[in-house]
Design a protein around this ligand. Structure first.
Ligand SMILES: Cc1cc2nc3c(=O)[nH]c(=O)nc-3n(C[C@H](O)[C@H](O)[C@H](O)COP(=O)(O)OP(=O)(O)OC[C@H]3O[C@@H](n4cnc5c(N)ncnc54)[C@H](O)[C@@H]3O)c2cc1C
Length: 309
């Protein structure tokens, strides 16, 4: 079995940056990821808060990050990590395609997956009108009426993007006010196609072969209301993708990995967690990149301290 100084799990902003920093320290590094880009690939409108770029599409930023990473001789494995074990000071990483890799240090940068609504019809109509990814599926909703669940920034950006295609877009927000930035609220209004419904609890997605309607409860009147929609875009936040380190590290009650923010080390020596998979409060690309850099530098210090370099 091939042994590495460092294995990085995740090909989003945190994992890619960790890879660049590890390579600059000449660490023998393997990066394992299901795909490159992570959540940026679900970004519906341009990114306007990554320093150095006034506005850049998610796809373009991913390409730039990956090209930078690939300038270095890092090894890359496109696969899903299923388990991690620590035995005799080494990390054993197993993947879905039954491969096993070993390293002396490990950075988990596996980010987060979309949070499901968990209502009837959601699973049945996934890919048949139900979607978590506006950039992937928006053209499918050309001239249709659609609903976006979630009135935060992601929900509003989804609605703004969908308005380029759809006839009408409802945004359903559970609470009595939307949480999106004022700027996103103004942009949504300008489309002339977005209608916001507050105090709405989504209850069921209906249809035959494809989505035909969405039932929600008006939380004030307690009445069930059916909207005739052909698409439901779910944007209610994320769940950390951390199940493969269960039993190894400590977690918050929301499955975020607990770390020491000075080094991003977990309670397990040599195991670091960077980006949206840890307990950090602010979830942004620049923060994930910063944490990827920090974790790689801390992993280098750790490897030197244990005499592995
Ligand atoms: C719709 C949307 C819009 C956003 N807009 C902005 C914005 O405008 N500006 C901003 O700064 N931030 C924005 N964000 C937040 C930003 O995208 C995240 O904070 C950032 O992507 C986190 O990076 P990460 O590397 O920690 O995780 P992720 O981006 O989630 O990447 C995780 C990576 O790990 C891989 N992975 C997961 N599990 C495994 C496994 N078991 N095995 C192997 N690989 C695995 C995934 O495939 C992925 O490549 C947005 C997020 C969303 C969802």
């Amino acid at each position: 079995m091939k042994e590495y100084d460092l294995i990085i799990i995740g090909g989003g902003p945190a994992g890619i940056t960790a890879g660049i920093y590890a390579q600059r320290q000449k660490l023998k590094t393997l990066l394992i990821t299901k795909e490159f880009g992570g959540q940026i690939s679900r970004k519906a409108v341009k990114i306007e808060n990554y320093p150095g770029f006034l506005a850049i599409s998610g796809q373009e930023l991913i390409e730039k990050l990956v090209n930078h990473l690939k300038k270095y001789p890092i090894e890359i494995e496109l696969d899903e990590v299923t388990t991690v074990e620590k035995k005799e000071e080494k990390f054993f990483v197993r993947t879905k395609s039954k491969k096993e890799f070993v390293s002396k240090a490990l950075i988990v940068a596996s980010g987060a997956d979309p949070r499901p609504l968990e209502i009837p019809g959601e699973k049945e109509f996934l890919g048949k009108g139900v979607s978590y990814c506006p950039t992937c599926d928006a053209p499918f909703f050309k001239d249709k009426v659609v609903a976006v669940i979630g009135g935060g920034n992601a929900g509003f950006e989804t609605a703004i993007f969908l308005a380029n295609y759809a006839k009408k877009v409802y945004i359903l927000e559970f609470s009595d006010k939307v949480k999106a930035d004022k700027e996103n609220q103004e942009r949504a209004e300008k489309t002339g196609k977005v209608e916001i419904i507050l105090n709405a609890r989504a209850k069921e997605i209906k249809g035959k072969d494809f989505v035909e309607g969405l039932i929600f409860e008006d939380r004030i009147s307690k009445k069930n209301i059916e909207l005739k929609v052909e698409g439901v875009l779910i944007q209610i936040g994320n769940i950390p993708a951390t199940s493969f380190v269960k039993g190894l590290v400590d977690f918050s009650e929301r499955d975020e990995i607990l770390v020491n923010f000075e080094t991003l080390e977990t309670k397990v020596p040599g195991l670091f967690a960077a980006g949206d998979c840890n307990i950090g409060k602010y979830r942004q690309i620049i923060i994930a990149c910063g944490e990827g850099a920090k974790a790689a530098l801390a992993a280098y210090d750790y490897l030197r301290k244990i005499g592995a370099l």
